[in-house]
Write a protein that binds this ligand. Structure first.
Ligand code: NAI
Ligand code: OAA
Length: 348
């Protein structure tokens, strides 16, 4: 269904970018599409065409979202279409916001969750391989996000592996916000926070390279009476378990903050991180910091010319090394589980 048909391009207007949003009628999907249409994804000069992919039972809700997008009268919105078929939804797409996933239901084993999601992300990886644009790039939001990105990449052997990433920007933002609250600084006075590993409770939000107002964060924290034990016992678990805290307090999982983080992830990946700063993204490892090649693990990255490059040569103390290894081990276990179930595609 085309809610709004493509407009005729004018010479002054760049060619619109096709953005495929999976799970578009879900909570995060609903929060993200309006901001993408408003220019928060690719900047205020870039028109977008939205492809909303949903399950048949949520198609009508997606169609309703498309009608509302039309009612937003967004100047940058070139058109909206709703799909149930992944091949059609990814045809010509340059950006994928892979949000739709199978949630864990009561009593569901971890292996079942991985298997159910592998079904979804293998279909989508194959669809990307068949018909997405040359410059296609994706952020996987749907959990388990890192392994879902790995699975999708394995089914898209013709697409460079580094184009499939997973969202840990929300964890990065959570770490920034907690450090700001503890030190009384503004978030824009903080640099050098890094999130390593899996988007799960095993993640390692790392303050050892962070600065607050140009001073080492650990020194500034010490001035507030917060020592390394505070970092280990309070800061790290608070960030790593923030999703559960939000569910407990709000009565539902993170939605607007997750949508915001996914927009920031793609925006910075395409348009670049600000000079002298880095962010955190889960990217296919190039072997940096001993993370096995290909695993989609969170790293500190700098984005330039449309590429995300892992920040090199950071010194890791023993505590950091242990925490990173623990989270990477979990990623290896997830990969081994999907491999054993025969759910990976031709690229390993
Ligand atoms: N990486 C991160 O930082 C975060 C990840 N998440 C994850 O994001 C995902 C989405 O969260 P919500 O929007 O709150 O969930 P939701 O349940 O509200 O929406 C999910 C939507 O995906 C759709 N869907 C399921 N399978 C699909 C498929 N094969 N193709 C197309 N659509 C499909 C469903 O119909 C539903 O509308 C969850 O997996 C959640 O755990 C949530 C917050 C943060
Ligand atoms: O567990 C969830 O569904 C939500 C999540 O990933 C988060 O808030 O970090």
């Amino acid at each position: 269904m085309t809610a709004t048909g493509p407009r005729t391009p004018s010479p002054a207007r760049p060619r619109p970018v096709t953005v495929t949003v999976t799970g578009a009628a879900g909570q995060i999907g609903y929060a993200i599409v309006f901001r993408a249409a408003a220019g928060d994804l690719l900047g205020p000069g870039m028109p977008v065409r939205l492809h909303l992919l949903e399950l048949p039972q949520a198609r009508r809700a997606a169609e309703g979202t498309a009608l509302e997008l039309q009612d937003g009268a967004f100047p940058l919105l070139d058109g909206v279409e709703v799909f149930e078929d992944a091949d059609a939804a990814f045809d010509g797409a340059s950006v994928g916001l892979l949000i739709g996933a199978r949630p864990r239901s009561r009593g569901m084993e971890r292996a079942e969750l991985l298997e159910a999601n592998a079904g979804i992300f293998s279909v989508q990886g194959r669809a990307v391989n068949r018909g997405a644009a040359e410059d296609f790039r994706a952020v996987v939001v749907g959990n388990p996000a890192n392994t879902n990105a790995y699975i999708a990449a394995s089914h898209a052997p013709d697409v460079p592996r580094e184009r499939f990433t997973a969202l840990t920007r929300l964890d990065h933002h959570r770490a920034l916000a907690q450090l700001a609250a503890a030190t009384g600084a503004r978030v824009d006075e903080i640099e050098g926070v890094a999130v390593w590993g899996n988007h799960s409770a095993s993640q390692y939000p790392d303050l050892t390279h962070a600065t607050v107002g140009g001073r080492p964060a650990l020194e500034v924290l010490a001035g507030t009476g917060r020592d390394l034990a505070w970092v280990d016992d309070t800061f790290i678990p608070r960030v790593a378990r923030r999703g559960a805290e939000i569910i407990d307090v709000r009565g539902g999982s993170s939605v607007a903050s997750a949508a915001h983080a996914a927009l920031c992830h793609v925006h910075d990946w395409v348009l670049g991180t600000a000079a002298g700063t880095w962010t955190s993204m889960a990217v296919a490892s190039d072997g940096s910091y001993g993370v096995p090649e290909g695993l989609v693990s969170s790293f500190p990255v700098v984005c330039r010319d449309g590429r995300a490059v892992v920040v090199p040569d950071l010194e890791l103390d023993e505590f950091s090394r242990t925490r990173i290894d623990r989270s990477v081990r979990e990623l290896e276990e997830e990969r081994a589980a999907v491999q054993q179930m025969g759910l990976l595609g031709p690229r390993r």
